[in-house]
Design a protein around this ligand. Structure first.
Ligand SMILES: NC(=O)c1ccc[n+]([C@@H]2O[C@H](COP(=O)([O-])OP(=O)(O)OC[C@H]3O[C@@H](n4cnc5c(N)ncnc54)[C@H](O)[C@@H]3O)[C@@H](O)[C@H]2O)c1
Ligand SMILES: [Zn+2]
Length: 367
């Protein structure tokens, strides 16, 4: 990973094999999108993929910046992240004669980025992809690392590919229109980065919560930059999740299970991860691997961000069932990433069902 300070943008590179995938971050840099993409020779022709809602808010500006014709608009929302929606991207590409030299520019949250990214990975066996993420979650997480994909009726993200973006342009000013709950959802992932890799980031989110919610550039921008740097660093070392990249799943074992048992309707992704992080911290304390004051600091910070949807009506049994079905369970063993202090993790692979049951009980789920 290299970090380069340009005049008005920070550049962080994700390096996977011989492929370099730059992330530019800066307030207002979306206005320079065309020049940034030109500098990486991203696509002789560019096709924007976005959603009607996002395009209504930011289309004028981004359309002008990219100077491209009509965007391809697809519905966003988790229930539209499927092959049928991906197919709605292929058709206009084919009709317009998009070729191997064309690129897709995904403008939106994680749903648009994953779906458009999947279309880019598969159209003509792969064309270039650029991301302009418009949610906090997409800016610090989903637009980095090359995982693209769609859901199947039987499970989330079951169909996908690794397709590193040719470029990612992160403009925090786009977040000013983001509803507070969506913003918070992304913030839990920022806290995750703090938990796995940076005490400083964790402390700053705790101290500057109000300024971050107000989206004050002086505090929000550095938090986004540090989050992107952590993810870029991890992905650069382990693109295919054979080891290190698993630490990015901190809080996701229980988090994904909570999302699954509520059919992806109750929680925003980050909210489920917040519970998952609390569960992982509790497990770590129970094992004597994490000091209880550290767990309390996490619980306080999560409480400080606002209320989470209730979990009292969810049964421990069904959540454990969902954990078992999760693709992170390898050969019957339950992998768990735990923090051993704020900013450092370890992976354990011998978590028993009984242990998990007690954790979920203490988290507040019903027996
Ligand atoms: N590929 C990865 O590595 C990765 C990582 C994490 C999550 N994901 C995926 O990301 C998805 C969740 O992404 P998300 O949280 O961004 O949700 P999302 O894409 O559903 O966006 C949330 C909502 O915010 C709206 N929105 C987006 N930008 C806006 C803006 N600037 N102003 C106002 N409204 C705006 C959208 O229209 C949508 O209604 C999940 O499907 C998850 O699986 C992927
Ligand atoms: Zn996540």
């Amino acid at each position: 990973m290299t970090v380069d300070l340009l005049s008005d943008a920070v550049r962080i590179d994700v390096q996977t094999g011989s492929h370099v995938s730059p992330i530019w971050i800066g307030d207002g840099i979306v206005d320079h999108a065309a020049a940034l993409l030109d500098s990486q020779q991203v696509g002789a022709r560019r096709f924007i993929v976005s959603s009607p809602a996002i395009w209504r808010l930011h289309g004028d500006r981004i359309g002008r910046a990219l100077g491209t014709a009509e965007p391809i608009l697809i519905p966003d929302g988790e229930r539209f992240k499927n092959l049928q929606t991906a197919a709605r991207i292929y058709e206009p590409l084919i009709r317009a004669g998009a070729d191997r030299a064309s690129a897709i520019v995904a403008v939106g949250g994680g749903v648009i980025g994953d779906t458009a990214g999947f279309a880019a990975a598969t159209y003509l066996r792969g064309i270039a992809l650029a991301h302009i993420p418009t949610t906090l979650l997409a800016q610090v997480d989903s637009s980095i690392g090359g995982k693209v994909g769609v859901n199947h009726q039987l499970g989330k993200n079951l169909i996908g590919a690794f397709h590193q973006p040719a470029a990612t342009i992160v403009d925090p000013l786009l977040l000013h229109t983001l509803p507070r709950r969506e913003f918070r959802s992304g913030l839990y992932e920022v806290i995750k980065y703090g938990m796995i890799a940076s005490r400083g980031l964790f402390d700053r989110v705790a101290r500057d919560t109000r300024a971050i919610f107000a989206r004050e550039p002086g505090v929000l921008l550095p938090a986004i930059i540090e989050s992107c740097r952590i993810k870029a660093d991890v992905v650069s070392k382990d693109e295919r999740e054979s080891g290190l990249r698993r630490i990015l799943n901190y809080g996701h074992t229980v988090g994904h299970a909570l999302e699954a048992v509520t059919k992806y309707r109750r929680f925003r992704h980050g909210e489920a991860i917040a519970y998952g992080m609390l569960a992982a911290a509790d497990l770590a304390v129970a094992r004597g691997a994490l000091a209880d004051v550290e767990r309390q600091a996490l619980a306080r910070l999560i409480a400080q961000l606002g209320p989470l949807p209730p979990i009292v009506d969810l049964s421990i049994g069904e959540v454990i069932e969902a954990v078992r079905r999760d693709k992170k369970v390898v050969a019957g063993k339950l992998h768990f990433v735990i923090a051993i202090q704020i900013g450092a993790t370890m992976t354990i692979d011998d978590v028993t069902e009984d242990e998990l049951k007690s954790v979920l009980e203490r988290l507040g789920l019903k027996r």
